[in-house]
Design a protein around this ligand. Structure first.
Ligand SMILES: [Fe+2]
Ligand SMILES: [Fe+2]
Length: 307
């Protein structure tokens, strides 16, 4: 059944009333945190042009902690009512509000959209191969602006440059923290880390070096596309405009001096420099428009470039 979308403010009211009925001392901070997660999710979607329904992201952001203040017996009721495996209660109580929260949201708020519900379900543990919406809610929960502390700051900064890498670092830090305190670690979190740790790899450092090499007043309008989930041929595609044919050749020359090239192809007003995990397309201005490569990559996540 489709979710009967209410207005975002209606869900905010639902959450506010839910938390207000609790005696938890931090209930108003928790409410503000949920609003913060909603805002951060939209910021990430906009920054990376992620193929995510913003309305669903806002709902998942607001409601991700909807079940946060339930009691143990209320969680046990949910397990029985939905005939869920009792083993879910063997996991740390800290993850119940996520793994079981999706059922509370479904029962109480009549939301049946699997994308929203699964983003709520995995917002604490993460999981391998998360969807963009699950990723955005998982990361936003950690880096929304009200979270204060060194770790949050570090991951927040990385998230503005490479959100997949931020997820990898966040998982790594969580695992280190949980283990250092002998707390139970959910298997989903370990599986997520095994899956996401590849995003910490060296290629990102190389990407910054490549950008430095071509950005010596040779090119303008640099776009970096993160194709790691879409291509087995390379990790990043750079599309940029050379200021003139001479500048284009100069950029190729500098790239060939600084890196090992896998190949070069040349067309009219266009050159492709293959550096293995990174491919650079250099266009003259009118030819960039003509080839339309940026339009082809419209739904591919973009890496934000810090100048
Ligand atoms: Fe949570
Ligand atoms: Fe949260």
């Amino acid at each position: 059944m489709m979710t009967p979308y209410k207005e975002i403010k209606d869900y905010q009211t639902c959450l506010f009333e839910k938390f207000s009925s609790s005696q938890d001392e931090e209930r108003f901070e928790r409410y503000q945190h949920s609003i913060g997660v909603m805002k951060k999710a939209i910021e990430l979607i906009d920054l990376y042009h992620l193929p995510v329904d913003k309305n669903k992201a806002m709902i998942a952001g607001i409601l991700h902690d909807y079940a946060k203040l339930l009691t143990k017996s209320e969680f046990e009721d949910i397990v029985l009512r939905h005939a869920l495996p009792l083993s879910v209660l063997d996991s740390s109580p800290k993850v119940w509000h996520a793994l079981l929260g999706r059922w509370v949201v479904e029962d109480e708020l009549d939301i049946h959209d699997e994308e929203i519900l699964s983003a709520i379900e995995f917002h604490t543990t993460g999981k391998k191969q998360m969807t963009p919406l699950q990723e955005v809610i998982f990361l936003s929960d950690y880096i929304e602006d009200q979270r204060q502390g060194k770790m949050y700051e570090k991951v927040r900064n990385i998230a503005m440059k490479d959100y997949k890498k931020a997820i990898a670092i966040m998982l790594e830090d969580t695992i280190t923290y949980v283990r250092s305190r002998n707390l139970p670690l959910h298997p989903y979190t370990l599986e997520a880390y095994e899956d996401y740790k590849k995003y910490k790899k060296e290629v990102h450092g190389k990407l910054e070096e490549v950008l430095e090499t071509i950005d010596r007043n040779l090119v303008e309008n640099i776009m970096v596309y993160d194709v790691r989930n879409f291509s087995s041929l390379c990790d990043y595609v750079i599309v940029t405009t050379a200021l003139s044919e001479t500048q284009m050749f100069a950029a190729i020359h500098y790239l060939s001096e600084d890196f090992i090239l896998r190949g070069i192809e040349k067309g009219h007003g266009w050159s492709l420099v293959d550096l293995g995990d990174i491919v650079v397309h250099l266009f003259l201005k009118e030819d960039r428009e003509l080839y339309g490569l940026d339009r082809l990559y419209i739904n591919i996540p973009k890496v934000s470039i810090q100048k």
